[in-house]
Write a protein that binds this ligand. Sequence first.
Ligand code: ZN
Length: 135
Amino acid sequence: MRTVDEWIGQTDNTRAPPRVRARIFDRDNRCHLCGQPIQVGQKWDMDHVKALINGGENRESNLRPSHRKCHVEKTAKDVAEKAKVAAVRKKHLGITAAKQSIPGRGFAKAAKPDRPMKKANPPAQLYAPIQETRR
Ligand SMILES: [Zn+2]
């Protein structure tokens, strides 16, 4: 059997041509994400096993068939992972500050000293008592 050279995308945006898609599909027609076979008529995509945004290469050996549905889910996860990694890195390099500091609990109220209550003074006499003066 004649061996074929591995297809390598010119750029990351280069789509695998139909013959390469067919070759990859013929190698294994199961979705490499969920393991189920891809049925006739089901929509399927080429998935980059290692996502391009996470350093994967656009070449035949990094491509596997996957259901459209499974692929969309994986892409969302890859993007989330990328964003998380980028955020951690930026924070580490001091490019961006932490979004928010964790608020402290504050200080506990000091307990009242345990002293006996002072006896209150008798009410002050503000006015002299009225002298009943009858003439
Ligand atoms: Zn699948």
